[in-house]
Design a protein. Structure first.
Length: 258
């Protein structure tokens, strides 16, 4: 059914634009990462729509496998890293994802495709890709670590009360999307598109919540700054002294000036 991947493509494209617009206003690397992840998800949905509507080709199947099955969960986890983890850790995960993306392109370009499965009217075209062991190991590594980051971020947020609802929705949406893909192993391919559309909607709600929490309420101190009043500096033109009376004329070996 081509209507479901079409809906997922339109929804993810719209959500990517909205989150990208929030990034331009707030300059949050987490929002940028999520906008990229939604765009990548939209590319995968577009490939699914084209393959379902007009037939799969080897190029469409490989692009779908790279974007939808290999790297999208990792880029979702990158946003959680930038939101909760130290910058050095987030940048390390970014470097890993860039290397994983390039490696995925190389492995998929060398992978063979089963022409019989590609032309099948029952199975989706991406099932025709014969995965060499480096590609299979890359897919398992990126998806396992990305899911661990999302779920671990949700648990961390619940414990330390840092965006608990937002990260819970993001992790829940990712798990909904993954559950739709899991059902394809039992032949229920129609649930994949339903899980993708539902999961991306839940994640988008979490993205918006992180943006609303970043807004500073009127009269409240900025995040990371103390709410205690600062000590006022002397305004009589004299320098501060400690330990000796400035009227003696000397202070720590230097003349005291009025």
């Amino acid at each position: 059914m081509w209507i479901l991947p079409l809906a997922a493509m339109l929804v993810s494209g719209l959500f990517s634009g909205v989150v990208g617009r929030q990034y331009r206003r707030r300059r949050s690397p987490a929002l940028l990462s999520w906008s990229v992840a939604l765009f990548v998800f939209g590319i995968a949905s577009a490939c699914d729509f084209i393959g379902t509507f007009s037939g799969w080709s080897s190029y469409i199947a490989k692009i779908y496998f790279l974007t939808g099955a290999t790297v999208v969960v990792g880029y979702l986890g990158l946003g959680t890293m930038y939101l909760l983890a130290p910058q050095r850790v987030a940048r390390a995960w970014l470097a890993f994802m860039l290397i994983a993306t390039v490696a995925g392109v190389i492995f998929l370009s060398a992978a063979s495709v089963d022409a019989k499965v590609l032309s099948s009217a029952v199975e989706p075209g991406w099932k025709a890709i014969r995965q060499p062991w480096p590609l299979a190991a890359l897919v398992v590594s990126v998806n396992s670590l990305g899911t661990l980051i999302l779920v671990g971020g949700a648990v961390f947020s619940a414990v330390f009360r840092r965006y608990p609802l937002a990260n819970g929705l993001i992790a829940g949406g990712a798990l909904i999307t993954a559950s739709g893909g899991t059902l394809t192993r039992f032949g229920h391919y129609q649930f994949q598109e339903i899980g993708q559309a539902a999961g991306i909607t839940v994640m988008f709600a979490g993205f918006l919540l992180t943006g609303s929490r970043n807004k500073q309420a009127p009269g409240q101190p900025a995040a990371g700054r103390s709410a205690l009043p600062r000590r006022k500096r002397p305004t009589d033109g004299r320098k501060r002294t400690r330990g000796k009376d400035p009227r003696s004329g000397l202070y720590q070996g230097k003349h005291y000036r009025r």
